[in-house]
Design a protein around this ligand. Structure first.
Ligand SMILES: C[N+](C)(C)CCCC[C@H](N)C(=O)O
Ligand SMILES: O=C(O)CCC(=O)C(=O)O
Ligand SMILES: [Fe+2]
Length: 421
């Protein structure tokens, strides 16, 4: 179940063992400095197949740990970790990249069991650990997912029996916090239990993992069905699945909800894993997935109610993927807030509507819907870049509080606890 990422579906076959091996004979490296001349394979030891390299006119080819890598010479010079090029104390580059000749080529190349040595025309020597190169090369990255995730429908989520974390353990122990964040990263939702049902206590929770993102709704917000703001959220009406703040250039990363009171019926919360639905689209109709990831759209928030005057516009495709591995990282889906489409010609727009329909069909499948009733004491954290939320219509007095979090800071906390985020 690990790594059910979209990247896995699109994985490019490893280029190793291909025709290159047959075209150029594997020549043993004599372990002395080899002058950059002929394009031929060199081995670190005659019997070693673990590492081999070949110098070409404009790049270095390196085979190590089952990965065939190609490095541009400017890249190799730019990433030099020597003391004069890189400050290991601040983890910052000191080298002025603009001073590197774009036609640079190493004067000499040598590889031993663990290290690649390059001598540049001015005599400067760069050393790279081979493991470092595998980890940091384009080819190495392409085989990795940035964010390990478990995509879910209602059944998968229930079967997983993801535990809620107790408020005290969340606030007072690193283990509690780490468990919570691990679940949040894997599923895009996580619950904290036994929270005192006040806005102040909810704020303390939020501050444990992140900075609060203040928006036009305030820092910590309360809301009820009083139409104090010009948005359907402030009514008793049902809300279909959506992500929030699609009308920001960077939609809010995380949404926190804590229901402080409800005396009445209905009002359940709907949660749908947008990445699970998108993966179904990718499987059925890769062209439609691509269209949804390429066509930019606007979302808009226009408000003129009481003293609140706002006009927000956010631009971006529905599906946002990392270009090098096609891994999905952000879904913007809000049919209420989608603005006039004026960024797309008519024939493309028709295909876009068809693709949007396919995605909507997946998002609306009853088996993909997780319904929960939020109760005082149980705070819900939602990854607003991945999981859609909605709500059932309700009666009576219902009050929710919560806030948005800055995504960078949540991921920062997770990384500091040793999680991949
Ligand atoms: C959460 N809170 C009630 C403060 C705001 C609701 C914002 C609703 C808006 N249509 C959107 O989807 O972004
Ligand atoms: O009332 C709710 O449960 C959620 C409303 C909503 O979508 C929001 O506030 O973002
Ligand atoms: Fe919402």
């Amino acid at each position: 179940m690990w790594c059910r990422s979209l990247a896995c579906l699109l994985k490019v076959p490893c280029q190793l063992g291909g025709s290159t091996r047959h075209r150029s004979p594997w020549l043993p490296c004599d372990r002395r400095t080899v002058l950059a001349a002929a394009a031929r394979w060199h081995h670190t030891a005659p019997e070693s197949l673990k590492c081999a390299w070949q110098l070409h006119g404009d790049h270095l080819e390196l085979r190590y740990a089952n990965t065939l890598m190609r490095f541009d010479f400017v890249w190799l010079r730019d990433h030099c970790r020597s003391a004069s090029c890189y400050n290991a104390k601040t983890n910052q580059r000191s080298l002025d990249t603009a001073s590197v000749d774009l036609g640079i080529k190493p004067k000499a190349v040598r590889v031993d069991e663990a290290t690649l040595f390059l001598t540049w025309p001015d005599g400067h020597v760069t050393r790279y650990g081979l493991e470092w190169l595998v980890k940091n090369s384009y080819e190495g990255q392409k085989q990795q997912v940035m964010h390990p995730r478990i995509l879910w429908n209602a059944e998968i989520y229930r079967q997983a029996q993801v535990p809620s974390v107790d408020c005290r353990s969340f606030l007072e122990t690193d283990e509690g916090l780490k468990e919570f964040l691990q679940n949040f990263l894997l599923y895009g939702i996580a619950f904290v239990e036994n929270v005192t049902p006040t806005k102040e206590d909810t704020e303390i929770l939020a501050e444990r993992i992140s900075l609060i993102r203040e928006t036009i709704y305030g820092r910590m917000w309360y809301f009820t069905s009083d139409f104090s703001r010009g948005d359907t959220a402030y009514t008793k009406l049902a809300l279909d699945r959506h992500t929030d703040t699609t009308y920001f250039q960077e939609p809010c990363g995380i949404q926190v909800f804590h229901c402080l009171k409800h005396e009445g019926t209905g009002g359940r919360t709907l949660l749908v894993d947008g990445f699970y639905a998108a993966e179904q689209v990718l499987r059925q109709a890769p062209d439609q997935f691509e269209l949804l990831s390429k066509v930019p759209l606007k979302h808009e928030y226009v408000e003129n109610v009481g003293d609140c005057h706002n006009h927000m516009i956010g631009v971006g495709p529905v599906l946002n993927v990392y270009p090098w591995n096609n891994e999905l990282y952000l879904i913007r889906y809000n049919n209420y807030d989608r603005a006039v489409i004026n960024t797309v010609p008519y024939d493309v727009v028709h295909r876009w509507y068809a693709a949007h329909r396919t995605l909507t069909t997946e998002l609306r499948r009853p088996e993909n819907e997780l319904w929960v009733k939020l109760k005082p004491g149980k705070a819900l954290f939602i990854d607003n870049w991945r999981v859609l939320h909605g709500r059932e219509a309700f009666t009576g007095y219902r009050q929710l509080c919560g806030c948005y979090l800055t995504r960078d800071d949540v991921l920062n906390t997770a990384r500091l606890l040793g999680l991949q985020a």
